[in-house]
Design a protein around this ligand. Structure first.
Ligand code: ATP
Ligand code: MG
Length: 254
């Protein structure tokens, strides 16, 4: 890691540090070129949102953690960008909510899958699903590599956390009657709109925040968790994030 390249006094230090994590992930075979570009789209929204976890995102985080704690079989889906940015946090959250971790790649290669598995295991993951064992199966409607999932993981899961996901896959999981929680900086993406609960925040901040929240909520009884989930309105929450972007732009340039 080259954290020292970015002086902490630099006004965009955090943002540049995140870029470094991705570039390192690219060099280590975890991230693909397209992942770097996808990050650019996320960065734009992060900039507009003020590069901080908003209260609106916190409301979604609380609902997301409640849903994950209520799940019978939760799975966290991991792609290259997520592995490069927050493997440790994925493992931590999976331990708290008792979830499986599954590698699921848009641009699949055996080499990349193995690099991500290795990274997750380095961070303490005991089992990593989705590594093309005999147990792989297919999500209906998704062609080629994109639709292949682990039979004992995402295929059977009742709740799937997809930090950074493509709209097609999110929609396909929802069609399979799964509860889908996404973390996506773009409140306008198909993923954000299709998911059961969308956390509009950077994964690098949202996942640690979810670990803290889940630890606290774990002490609550199921009825309280159900109430938190039922009171959550995803479209309303997305509109609030858009409003934050609008107000921020008006305040800075209006
Ligand atoms: P969709 O397919 O859902 O309509 P898209 O095609 O615009 O979205 P994709 O490349 O499929 O975009 O998915 C990447 C998504 O992840 C984008 O919405 C982008 O804003 C978001 N994103 C990228 N980096 C981060 C990050 N670090 N944290 C949270 N979200 C991010
Ligand atoms: Mg997409």
């Amino acid at each position: 890691m080259h954290r020292s390249i970015v002086p902490s006094s630099h006004p965009r230090a955090k943002s540049l540090y995140i870029r470094e994590l991705l570039v390192n992930g690219f060099k280590n075979g975890i991230v693909v070129e397209e992942g770097l570009i996808a990050h650019g789209r996320g960065e734009t929204f992060d900039y507009l949102l003020g590069e901080d976890t908003t209260e609106t995102a916190r409301t979604a985080i609380k609902a997301a953690c409640s849903l994950l704690l209520l799940a019978v079989h939760p799975v966290i889906s991991v792609n290259g960008n997520v592995a490069a940015l927050c493997s440790k946090e994925v493992v931590e959250l999976s331990n708290i909510i008792n979830a499986d971790i599954e590698v699921n790649l848009f641009y699949w290669s055996k080499k990349r899958e193995m690099a991500i598995e290795k990274e997750l295991k380095k961070m303490g993951a005991k089992t990593v699903l989705g590594t093309r064992s005999v147990d792989s199966t297919r999500i209906p409607e998704l062609q080629s590599e994109r639709g292949i999932v682990d039979y004992d993981g995402i295929y059977k899961a009742d709740t799937v956390l997809v930090p950074l996901e493509d709209g097609d896959r999110t929609e396909a999981l929802v069609k399979m009657h799964k509860k889908v929680i996404s973390i996506d900086l773009n409140p306008l993406s198909r993923t954000s709109k299709a998911a059961t609960i969308t956390v509009v925040d950077n994964v690098i901040r949202a996942l640690p925040a979810m670990a803290i929240e889940a630890k606290q909520l774990k002490e609550q009884n199921g009825e309280i968790l159900k109430r938190i989930v039922n009171e959550f309105d995803n479209s309303k929450n997305l509109s609030e994030s858009l409003e934050i972007i609008r107000c921020g732009v008006d305040a800075r340039y209006g």
